[in-house]
Design a protein around this ligand. Structure first.
Ligand code: RI2
Length: 298
């Protein structure tokens, strides 16, 4: 396997997952592909193929597509192959750095507006969301977090481990228990795979049910997301294609003959159910994320 094929497989198989992480991993894949390129005349075609292969791995997380488009734009502007290679290295390294800084800044933004000794609920495994709790702890707070297990992949286990390792008080609950504990929490904080231009949140399946539960209980609902997760081409969340993955992620279909399965892995939370989007540019009303992203990334 070439290093590019390995990167593609890492993302497709979800060995590497999380919208920000797959964006950085894909861009790192381009850097590794360029570093290994021996025949300069193969750059143009090879670059296009690499971008396509990486982009085809996960359809819903726009961070991945925006990251690749960012590098592509810089490469296309360069005059010859040598300048294109330099542009690729510069744009890719810049993206990775900006992305890491954005995640750190979101942690600070969240810790600044949410109670540092509060109780929270989260779903799946979002570095941007978990960064808020870890930052609260770093600043001397004592946050408590309910982590939803998050079927089918149980990424909540990873979140629980990450928080426990950081010394954060964390309790793992099954997805169906969200309602049972919502009254204990001060706020729900989730990540996102994509933000539509109107601030609708596309995130791990179950997020919209959690938002509805929070709304019913009168609890604020925050989504942490870097501005490169905004899809300016999707006016609403409904315009985004929802990835549907293999039924074997749910169970072994052979054990349940005659049973049909569906495995959509994301859903859409309407922006009206979202209190604020925590971005590296501040805690924004959802309807403002489109304009901010346009200024920074278009
Ligand atoms: P960060 C994940 O998707 C989760 O849905 C998570 O909320 C989102 O990406 C954002 O994660 P998946 O790749 O970028 O596990 O905040 O399907 O780490």
């Amino acid at each position: 396997m070439t290093s590019l094929e390995t990167t593609v497989e890492d993302i497709r198989s979800m060995r590497v997952h999380g919208a920000g992480r797959i964006a950085r991993h894909a861009v790192q894949g381009l850097l590794d592909w360029e570093a290994a390129l021996r025949d300069a005349s193969a750059f143009d075609r090879g670059f296009r193929d690499a971008v396509r292969a990486l982009g085809d791995t996960r359809p819903t997380a726009v961070s991945l597509h925006n990251a690749l488009a960012y590098v592509e734009r810089h490469v296309e502007r360069a005059a010859d192959v040598s300048a294109k290679r330099t542009a690729l290295r510069k744009a890719a390294s810049e993206f990775i750095e900006r992305s890491k800084q954005a995640v750190a800044e979101i942690g600070r933004q969240g810790a600044a507006i949410l109670p540092r000794d509060g109780t929270f609920m989260t779903i799946c495994n979002s570095h941007a969301a978990l960064g808020v709790f870890v930052e609260m702890k770093r600043q001397g707070g004592d946050p408590r977090v309910y982590a939803l297990e998050t079927r089918p992949f149980r990424q909540g286990w990873k979140s629980a481990r990450h928080l426990a390792d950081a010394g954060v008080d964390v309790t793992l609950i099954v997805d169906g228990a969200a309602m049972s504990f919502i009254r204990d929490v001060d706020a729900v904080v989730t990540g996102c795979d994509t933000l539509a231009a109107n601030g609708d949140v596309v995130n791990k399946v179950g997020t919209s049910a959690l938002a509805l539960i929070a709304r019913e209980a009168g609890k604020p609902f925050y989504t942490a997301g870097e501005t490169y997760k905004v899809d300016l081409g999707s006016p609403t969340g409904g315009a985004r294609r929802i990835e549907e993955r293999d039924a074997r992620e749910i169970c072994d279909p052979g054990e349940l003959p005659g049973v049909k399965f569906r495995n959509p892995v994301f859903d859409v939370t309407p922006h009206a159910w979202v209190t604020r989007i925590l971005t590296e540019e501040g805690a924004l009303p959802p309807q403002e994320v489109g304009a901010v992203a346009r200024k920074l990334w278009a």
